[in-house]
Design a protein around this ligand. Sequence first.
Ligand code: IPM
Ligand code: MN
Length: 370
Amino acid sequence: MNSYNIAVIPGDGIGPEVVNEGLKVLAAISAKYQFKVTTKTFNFGGAHYLKTGEVLPDSAMEEFKNFNAIYLGAVGHPDVKPGILERGILLKLRFDFEQYINLRPVCLYENVETPIKNKRPEDIDYIVVRENTGDVYTGQGEFRNKGTNDEVATQVMIYSRHQVERCVRYAFELTKQRHKDKSWRGLTPEELKAGYTGKITLCGKSNVLTYVFDLWDRVFNMVAKEYPMVKTDYVHVDAMCIYMIESPERFDTIVTTNMFGDIITDLAAVTQGGMGVAPSGNINPKGVSMFEPVHGSAPQFTGQGVINPIAAIATIKLMLDYLGETKAAAEVESAMVRAIKTMKSMLVGKMGYTTSEVGDIVVAAINGKG
Ligand code: IPM
Ligand code: MN
């Protein structure tokens, strides 16, 4: 029997509520597919920090190495200065465990309302591979003449070839694997005949960021040669914001830098029905990976049972894929899709159900009762 150890960080605000539903689903699916899941809860987050002054100690980082994955709810507390928990927990996990991929699938499910007119589920179905360790996120920069009229602040966009190459390779391989059995719907008959099975779009800003995207472009084209079945495409990040709204059907896999990826995936989340739906995975394919819904801790809604747990449940699906339990992952997704069909809305307080009722419906669907 396969067995997995999952470290759980429920975090702040509504984090514990949505994590609870995700874990309910994980328990149901593991029973059905006969693999064992052991969880251990770590209460890091704003409340712990305010009580103890501790954010995320090295001892916990050491302990996480014994787990197959980390499942995180949300961090962010109204009484903690912005940045402390984000840097001390989220970014620390991403950087110290070299979770160099931030995987953000964008999928509009049936019965989910999108603000984009006339777009259907088959039009919004792509995945963003956001580089997760470089860029302005490395915190390199400085103030000069701080506090004076001559003050200058810099924040450096920095990428090593190594960082770019491992990310780009991951994105090409993912695209190839995604279409192993079924070619991407957006290919023309000519492209199919030419042997293409999928497409990857590099999102950059090569007309202005002439060093960083020159490097990305060269690495992208080099790796592309090893993937003749993957059609390549390039879009500037500003134009990306147009296409993601006007013609999202144009995308299969998008690969991009950390900062651009941060921004475009929030836009993408809105097109797929909002923050109640969007999952993410912070992945080190050979290390400790961490899975979290894209939404934050939404402290104003804590304890009311109004938050949509679908994003946290979709995050479980991503985690199962990562663990290699692909059948279980697919079943979590189809149970979720069935649950979504019975929901009134994906928005806070408008679901027609409480947070835990949504989890119950997904569990019932897994157990053949939905
Ligand atoms: C995200 C978040 C984080 C980021 C913040 C909270 C540091 O916005 O996961 O997208 O910028 O990566
Ligand atoms: Mn973000």
